[in-house]
Ligand binder design. Structure first.
Ligand code: AMP
Length: 414
């Protein structure tokens, strides 16, 4: 029955069987976020292109190659959001949230769009959930957001998770280090790929992320940011680590850790899962103390992370069982359909899941259908107005009083 139409490359349909696992994930995440005071925010699916060019950074892969950018009818350049932090900072400024009690703690979930080469765990439309704590430079906030992602992955039961931790230092302190790194890269230009070479002066840190053997060789002897942290940045990082140690959260220090977005400063982190193959990062983030200023606001330190819902589900590799139904109301005679509908409604209003046949089946067909959709009980309305309640597991059947339907449903075994 396939038509010539398919979901576009790199996109996918979330079918009901997969929706159940997503719903569980989101319910657990929402509980964790709410208990920690991270209220939900929703921003549009597209923004002015300029927001991402400034926020994410013109030298990043995301902005250079991966944005779905289009012109609207008023010739404004818009972009389907590739990430959530720049839009949230835009909203923070637009709605004067700097006047609220700080930090403003926010959470989000939704679709994001990047024109990447599709493969397992990497899509062109994917879903992220994430949190941001905006308006605090305290290492406590870094530790809190990291702990919440750790809690989420723990509560979901994601196996084989490792937390990698690094620090990029603050923007001013980083400048001297970047000059050192650029000099190192220039000395070894011959061993670099064209892509890394072209970005030596605009984004030298990205060389740490290359999977090319030649580049990796050059980076093995490169100076690292972690060795070059200023006293203040080193102290901040030491406090974050001490807080994680105190909370019993294990991590690996990774002096070469970098992220694909330019706005990060100081703490960065990445949760990876060893069963995921090439796209092993489940979620990650860090501090972005300069972003809000970069977008035209006052200097506002902030920290947050995003996690990929599809990656988490891949790592879990579990199917949620089908939901089943509490009851199915079957009719032996079409004349009973109005009554059936009223009883189904009564059951639903009382909190039971209940259905009736919408397909004109005979009684036998209705019972078969009730079985296929996993109904626990079937109420059969006879032509003479009497009713039977059948337990679908035991097959037992007895007369039922539809005037006391809720009593019949809760009155023990049928
Ligand atoms: P980022 O916004 O790049 O820091 O990514 C945060 C998380 O989003 C990653 O750890 C992944 O889990 C997920 N993610 C990023 N890009 C994709 C993609 N193209 N497809 C699926 N998940 C993605």
């Amino acid at each position: 029955m396939a038509s010539k139409f398919q979901a576009p490359r790199g996109t996918f349909d979330v079918l009901p069987a997969q929706s159940r696992a997503r719903a569980r994930l989101q319910a657990i995440a929402t509980g964790i976020f709410q208990r920690a005071g991270y209220e939900t925010i929703q921003t549009p699916s597209f923004e002015d292109t300029d927001l991402f060019e400034r926020g994410v950074g013109k030298s990043t892969d995301i902005v250079r190659k991966e944005m779905f950018t289009f012109e609207d009818k008023g010739e404004r350049s818009l972009t389907l959001r590739p990430e959530g932090t720049a839009p949230i900072c835009r909203a923070y400024l637009e709605h004067g949230m700097h006047k609220l009690a700080q930090p403003v703690k926010l959470s989000y979930v939704g679709p994001f769009f990047r024109h990447e080469r599709p493969q397992a765990g990497r899509y062109r439309q994917f879903h992220q959930l994430g949190i941001e704590a905006i308006g605090t430079a305290s290492p406590l906030a870094d530790a809190e957001v990291i702990m919440l992602l750790s809690d989420l992955l723990g509560e979901l039961g994601v196996p084989g998770v490792v937390l990698r931790l690094g620090s990029l230092g603050s923007l001013d302190a980083r400048a001297a280090y970047l000059e050192e790194l650029k000099a190192h890269l220039h000395r070894h230009e011959g061993d670099l790929t064209a892509d890394v070479r072209e970005r030596i002066d605009i984004n030298p840190l990205r060389a740490f992320d290359s999977d090319d053997d030649g580049v990796q060789g050059v980076m093995a002897s490169a100076p690292t940011m972690l060795e070059s942290l200023s006293d203040e940045d080193a102290e901040h990082f030491a406090e974050v680590r001490a807080l994680l140690d105190a909370a019993g959260i294990g991590y690996e220090l990774d002096p070469t850790l970098v992220r694909g977005i330019d706005y990060y400063t100081r703490t960065i982190f990445s949760f990876v899962c060893d069963t995921l193959g090439a796209q092993s990062e489940i979620g990650g983030g860090g501090r972005y103390d300069g972003l809000i200023e970069q977008l035209g606001g006052p200097a506002t330190p902030a920290v947050g992370w995003a996690a990929g819902i599809e990656r988490i589900l891949l790592a879990l590799d579990e199917e949620e069982p089908a939901l089943g139904r509490d009851a199915f109301v079957a009719i032996a005679d079409p004349e009973q359909r109005g009554r059936a509908m009223a009883l189904v409604t009564e059951l639903r209003n009382a909190g039971f899941s209940a259905e009736m046949d919408l397909g004109g089946r005979g009684l036998k067909g209705q019972l078969k259908h009730a079985d296929r959709i996993g109904a626990a009980r079937v109420l059969i309305l006879e032509a003479d107005g009497s009713a039977q309640l059948r337990d679908m597991t035991s097959g037992e059947q007895r007369a039922a009083d539809t005037g006391n339907l809720l009593g019949e449903m809760t009155g023990g075994e049928a």
